[in-house]
Structures are given as C-alpha cells and as structure tokens.
Design a protein around this ligand. Structure first.
Ligand SMILES: Nc1ncnc2c1ncn2[C@@H]1O[C@H](COP(=O)(O)OP(=O)(O)OP(=O)(O)O)[C@@H](O)[C@H]1O
Ligand SMILES: [Mg+2]
Length: 259
C-alpha cells in the first residue's frame, strides 16, 4: 500500500482516509485512502465496477462511508450536519458519467439550474454567468437548444458548463470522454485543462482513455479490489513496475488482474 501523501507535493483540497463502503453485502471500498492535491488534475483509473464513480460521490458528500473519513479542506464532511455539508458541497461540482441534462429545458436553462438553486443572482446576472460558462466550453450557440438537438460531445460540454457555472473549487468529472470520437475526446481533454486554468481549481477525472489521461493528469491513482493500490505522478505511473498497474495500462489479459 503506497503512503499516498508521501507521493504528492502540495496542499490537499480533499482526502479520503481508510474509507470502507458497502452496498448491501457488496463491499466496494475497503480501507481506501486517496489524496487530492489542490490545483492539480488527479485521474482515477480502474476496472469497470471497481468503485470509481462511488469515490466521486463520496468526495461530493452524496454518499457517506460506513467507516473512515472524507476530508474537504481539512474538515471531516462525514461528521457534519446536512446543512454544514451542503455549504461545503457548494464549492464542489460533480459532472456525471451521463450528462444528466433535463430534456425539457434548454441548454441555457439547464446550465442556469445550480445558480437558481444556490444563489440569489438577478436574471441578467444569471444569463451573463451562463453565457460565460457556455463560452468556456465553446457552446454559446447552443443556449436555446434542447438537449435532444445536441451531439454526444456537445451534451458532455453542456454538462461541464453546468458543473462550472458556480465557479467550484473542485470539479469531479466522471468519464468525460467515454463514447466520444478521438477528435471530440481531444477537445474535451483540452476543455478540462482550460477550465482548470480558468477556475484555478482542482479536478478529479475518471477515465478509461489512456492518451487523454496522460495528456492532462498531474497525478494518477489506480483503484483495485476496493483500495488505491498505486498513486503517483502521471509519469511515474506510466512507467510503473507495479504488475497490476502495468497490466492495466497494457490492457493485457495476462497478469495478476483476474479476468
Ligand atoms: N446505489 C447503489 N446500490 C447498489 N450497488 C451499487 C450502487 N452504486 C454502485 N453500486 C455497485 O458498486 C460497484 C461500484 O460501482 P461504481 O459505479 O462506483 O463503479 P465504477 O468503477 O464507476 O464502474 P464503471 O467503470 O462501470 O463506471 C458496482 O458493483 C455497482 O454495481
Ligand atoms: Mg463509473
């Protein structure tokens, strides 16, 4: 087990410590620890069903662990009141695996939702913030469109626009490029990098797309059998001699990962 914080330099915006989480009988995370370094892009890799989306839901305070701690800016969000947790959650944004826009609302209205829910901005201020957010993802022209009128890549970007409209300090992206062609994948990867610059924030990205991961990650964490079994800078993970990491990155059938 790597000691996570020894591999990372810099301040932590969030940290999972010895987290165990089960759904019924199924233990998804067991004694799982992960550091999220402020201002960095951390990518989480791992097999399908390993529990990657579950980690994002824990970091966002949508799920609580059965055991262990989840810290955001040093505060344990597991032992807060619902109200206190909601205050912390306003600084965090989760961009879902499936972009989850409401079909009956235009893109502009979808992106405006978090502002209507969490702020008291005027209509003019909301429109300005929404336009600014859509501009960040190159989608101002889609303001009046319904989600059904958008391509897969545009839907993803509209989801990002909604995720960043409140200027969160921590953005959690769940499989932002899954199912997209290589050109749109590049565009999305660039968008995540640009958004990090613009927000001066931190991002955690779950992805199966290795070129995209190594184009954007500062740190990579590998989740395997309920725990983070490797965590390091992207370069060191790429050249890792850990047999599990190496097999995963090679996509090989042969090695310690049971198929
Ligand atoms: N709300 C839930 N109730 C019961 N089981 C759940 C729930 N959410 C997730 N699981 C189970 O927990 C495990 C981990 O799920 P999770 O979605 O975190 O995996 P993942 O690594 O994101 O997978 P993928 O790469 O397929 O998206 C899976 O076996 C899943 O079926
Ligand atoms: Mg998932």
């Amino acid at each position: 087990m790597p000691t996570v914080s020894e591999s990372s330099n810099g301040r932590l915006i969030a940290r999972m410590e010895n987290v165990t989480l089960s759904f019924g009988e199924r233990v998804v995370l067991k004694d799982c620890s992960l550091d999220i370094v402020e201002g960095a892009i951390t990518c989480i890799i791992g097999l399908s069903g390993a529990g990657k989306s579950t980690i994002l839901r824990l970091l966002d305070g949508l799920l609580l662990p059965n055991d262990g701690h989840v810290y955001v800016r040093g505060e344990d969000i597991c032992h807060m009141t619902e109200e206190q947790r909601n205050v912390v959650r306003q600084k965090i944004s989760l961009s879902f695996q499936f972009s989850a826009l409401l079909d009956s609302l235009t893109v502009g209205e979808n992106v405006a939702l978090p502002l209507r829910e969490h702020t008291r901005l005027s209509e003019a201020e909301i429109r300005r913030a929404v336009m600014d957010s859509l501009d960040s993802v190159g989608l101002t022209q889609a303001y009046d469109n319904l989600p059904a009128e958008l391509s897969g890549g545009m839907l993803k970007r509209a989801g990002f626009a909604r995720a960043i409209v409140t200027r969160p300090e921590l953005v959690l992206y769940d499989e932002p490029t899954t199912g997209l062609d290589p050109i749109v994948t590049n565009l999305i990867t660039d968008t995540i990098l640009r958004l990090r610059e613009k927000l001066r924030g931190t991002a955690v990205v779950i992805s199966h797309d290795l070129p995209s991961i190594f184009a954007m990650a500062d740190y990579v964490a590998m989740l395997f059998e309920g725990a983070i079994i490797a965590y390091d800078t992207a370069d060191r993970i790429r050249n890792s001699h850990n047999p599990i990491v190496a097999q995963f990155l090679e996509g090989s059938e042969f090695g310690p990962i049971p198929i």
